[in-house]
Write a protein that binds this ligand. Structure first.
Ligand SMILES: NC(=O)c1ccc[n+]([C@@H]2O[C@H](COP(=O)([O-])OP(=O)(O)OC[C@H]3O[C@@H](n4cnc5c(N)ncnc54)[C@H](OP(=O)(O)O)[C@@H]3O)[C@@H](O)[C@H]2O)c1
Length: 253
């Protein structure tokens, strides 16, 4: 299966890495020539002379262009019937995407990025489509949506995912500042988040019950959460998520 990639930046590299061994060949747009050359040499990707030859050579086109200019770039290209285009651009609106790539079909996706290089990041797809679902499932668990509203809400997780890296880095830095070796601090934070993620994925208990179970009355978790709450640290996540939602889906939020 051949996939043309428009926009060969960080995200494109993660997705191409994650899909290795799954039977996909990639044809890349030539911008970011160093990265395109690296991907060509590491994974046998072909590099086209410009964007239009990528579109001409591939029935499937994955769009990893900058969100601000992506639609305008797509409008300047010529697509054909029975071609299928999947956008990974933050905030891409399905109607605007479809108008830009007509008469090709258009789909929207979202993913964390780096985690997909390890086939460990959830991907969203709207609307469902077996061809794109098969590709995205090589990159981690897949959530297909049949409502634009639900997809747009879920897609805010693209920012939540990136912010969770900042949170983990922040915590690792605290341990380092207290004298722990950097590697120990990094592993401790990562293993804690991974372990608790497993609790959410595997435990039968609801979230309220899980939170209660890990909080000894008068204990250290209660003390830490009380300080965070008093400083508005948890509520600040709501404000930040609302802001991103508004930016990604201005007509809805
Ligand atoms: N990074 C992530 O983990 C992540 C996760 C989910 C979604 N996304 C979405 O993925 C998209 C790309 O993000 P990114 O982080 O990969 O950004 P990035 O590293 O800046 O990559 C964007 C790439 O697009 C290229 N480009 C710009 N204009 C172009 C044009 N006219 N024709 C062809 N290529 C062009 C850039 O080339 P130059 O360097 O030459 O300008 C660059 O290689 C964004 O829409 C973002 O919302 C990213």
């Amino acid at each position: 299966m051949r996939i043309g990639v428009l926009g060969v930046g960080s995200l494109a590299e993660y997705l191409i890495r994650g899909a290795q061994g799954a039977g996909y060949d990639f044809v890349l747009s030539p911008r970011s020539p160093d990265r395109a050359a690296r991907l060509a040499s590491a994974y046998g990707c072909a590099v086209a002379a410009s964007n239009q030859p990528v579109v001409d050579a591939c029935d499937l086109v994955l769009v990893c262009l900058p969100a601000a200019e992506g639609l305008a770039i797509l409008r300047g290209l010529t697509f054909r019937p029975r071609q299928s285009v999947c956008s990974a651009m933050a905030g891409a609106n399905i109607a605007a995407l479809r108008a830009a790539v007509a008469p090709a079909e258009g789909y929207c996706s979202m993913m964390p990025g780096y985690a997909n290089a390890f086939s460990a990041g959830p991907c969203l797809l709207y609307p469902g489509n077996p061809t794109w679902a098969a590709f995205l499932q090589t990159l981690g668990p897949l959530h297909e949506f049949d409502s634009a509203e639900a997809f747009e809400t879920a897609a805010v997780f693209g920012a939540m995912s990136g912010a969770s890296i900042f949170l983990m880095r922040h915590l690792a830095r605290w341990y380092q500042a207290q004298g722990l070796p950097a590697e120990t601090a990094r592993r401790l934070v990562a293993e804690t988040f991974r372990g608790n993620a497993e609790v959410l994925l595997q435990a039968d208990a609801g979230l309220e019950q899980i939170a209660k179970g890990v909080t000894t009355p008068g204990g250290i978790t209660e003390a830490l959460v009380a300080t965070l709450d008093a400083r508005g640290a948890l509520a600040a996540w709501d404000e930040a998520m609302d802001k991103v939602f508004k930016r990604m889906s201005p007509d809805r939020a």
